[in-house]
Design a protein around this ligand. Sequence first.
Ligand code: PRT
Ligand code: ZN
Length: 286
Amino acid sequence: MKEALRIAVQKSGRLSENSLKLIKECGIHFDNGIGKLRTVAYNFPAEFLFLRDDDIPGYVQDGVADLGIVGENVAVEKDRNVRIIKRLGFSKCRLSIAVPRTRSYNGIQDLNGKNIATSYPKLLGDYLKEHHISANIHEISGSVEIAPSIGLSDAVCDIVSSGSTLLTNGLKEVETIFRSEAVMIARPEVSAAKEKILKQLLFRLDAVQKGNNSKYILLNAPQEATEKIISLLPGMRSPTVLPLAMGGWNSIHSVVDEDRFWEVIEQLKDAGAEGILVVPIEKMIV
Ligand code: PRT
Ligand code: ZN
């Protein structure tokens, strides 16, 4: 077989669906039959390994896989010799310290001498050290949130997303120590042939991400408002302006950042834009 990039993705969990979706959006297709541990893409030199997320940084370091998709929290906690080559923007969460809701909390110094249960001893240890706090880290691998109620610890340090797990366990979030999202990690070095494939993959990922972060916008504007409207729309190079069949009006097309979208729409309406259409962009190559 020709050289192929070996990419490790989570077998089943919070990262799986979005990891596979992103790979498909990059135009890479494969058959991932249920229970398969390994599969080869039909139309791109890549093969996929389906693993537990905790194992991925180690496998990437050891060269079993060339790339992997994991939460940044896992990438940093495992402290392996891998590099983060792309932030992927999904599975966002934070790692926080929480204490029982009924306990008063006046600042991080309150954690001195306390027992803190966590599955993230490195991230927590680094944070406590940085803040000159001496606490006992109690490493447990799951159900961290119940540790205070069963008398195992005074506090927890766990992943939070909506906050409902903390709430239902009578805990309150008091310190956010790390913000995470899914990232792509890579071995420090790959062969020249694999580096070439990696470049192609990163190019596709970029196009997908830029497309996802932008909207294509079309609107009608009277001639006298056209200049003002153009000044509100950056566009890839500059907006497209086409005359409408009806005299005195133009159709203006442009690309707008998802983040600035609602703000820009308001300004366009105020400037006299009508019939505004907003269309998703599948891929964007600048
Ligand atoms: O089986 P495997 O080892 O592969 O998976 P896993 O069970 O270890 O991980 P998984 O699938 O739960 O999470 C994978 C990654 O998703 C994590 O490493 C994070 O980067 C990210 N992520 C995003 C989350 C959450 N959101 C999340 N909410 N990981 C875990 N949680 C858990 C958290 O541990 C807590 O129990 O959800 C609960 C909190 O959620 P809220 O919404 O109640 O605050
Ligand atoms: Zn895991």
